[in-house]
Design a binder for this molecule. Structure first.
Ligand code: SAH
Length: 263
């Protein structure tokens, strides 16, 4: 396979700085996790009783922060304003749902940092919007829900049965039944549905699985974290039947991509 390497240099020189949690960007400048307006709203904790009622403001603050951090895709920003992130985490963590952080979702996994979700989705949107999109690593289903606001057809695979069940339930509760969830090994992709215009991988392997490159349509774009210790987001565009273009983006830390199923 011919892969052309075009490094952007973005996020370089940040080696040695560690993130405290997973599915986050590793950034030299620490961004405060709460804005002033969020701290004010956090005095009224979000619970399932007031779900959606007072989450608009912290969500708007989150979207403003994403814009300040360089996310400019209007569709992505609107989707993140629409989807209630607190509905995808445990009630005890709901008041922190709009912080700029990943949060635990059980089974050793995390909901990705909002910036990571926005960056990954925005980076597969080109002049032509992808139609059929695959997510590897559903987790709690938040990123799939955001993707469903942006793309016509979203498929998402999760290897841990309990998380697959939880995501299904949460998406059903929000009437986001358009997302097609699969309990399976995303390292193998979804050959029965391929090719995909875009593939978003939410867990890091030492190498991006070959099967995923093969399941991209020509012109399609994949984004994935890659590496074991030091990880980086990598964007791969399929430029022809047997050619791909590789671009390295920011330094990140993600949960591991694992093969096989956990039932
Ligand atoms: N998409 C999530 C992030 C979930 S964390 C969000 O909305 O924030 C990454 C997820 O990838 C975990 O739930 C983990 O179980 C899953 N995962 C890891 N390896 C996988 C594989 N081979 N196939 C499918 N899912 C996998």
């Amino acid at each position: 396979m011919a892969v052309k390497d075009t490094r952007t240099g973005a996020g370089r020189g940040l080696q040695g700085i560690t993130a405290s949690n997973s599915n986050t960007r590793i950034s030299a400048t620490r961004i405060p996790s709460r804005s002033a307006s969020q701290t004010a709203t956090a005095t009224a904790p979000l619970t399932s009783d007031n779900l959606g009622l007072n989450s608009e403001r912290p969500r708007a603050a989150m979207v403003q922060r994403l814009q300040a951090q360089g996310i400019s895709n209007d569709l992505v920003l609107a989707a993140m304003q629409t989807i209630p992130r607190h509905a995808f985490v445990d009630e005890a963590l709901a008041s922190r749902a709009y912080d700029d952080a990943s949060l635990p979702i059980g089974h050793g996994q995390t909901i990705s940092q909002p910036w990571v979700v926005a960056r990954m989705i925005a980076s597969v949107c080109g002049a032509t919007m992808p139609t059929r999109v695959l997510e590897v690593g559903t987790g709690c289903g938040y990123q799939a829900a955001v993707m469903a606001q942006v793309f016509q057809q979203v498929h998402s695979i999760e290897r841990i049965r309990a998380l697959y069940d939880m995501a299904k339930e949460r998406l059903r509760a929000l009437r986001l039944t358009k997302v097609r969830l699969v309990h399976g090994d995303g390292m193998l992709g979804l050959p029965s549905v391929a090719p995909f215009d875009a593939i978003v991988v939410a867990a890091a392997g030492i190498r991006i699985p070959q099967a995923l490159f093969m399941q991209l349509s020509v012109g399609g774009v994949l984004i994935a974290p890659e590496g074991s210790g030091a990880q980086r987001l990598v964007r791969v565009t399929r430029t022809g039947a047997s050619s791909w273009n590789r671009q390295e983006l920011e330094e990140v830390r993600f949960v591991p991509l694992k093969s096989g199923l956990q039932v």
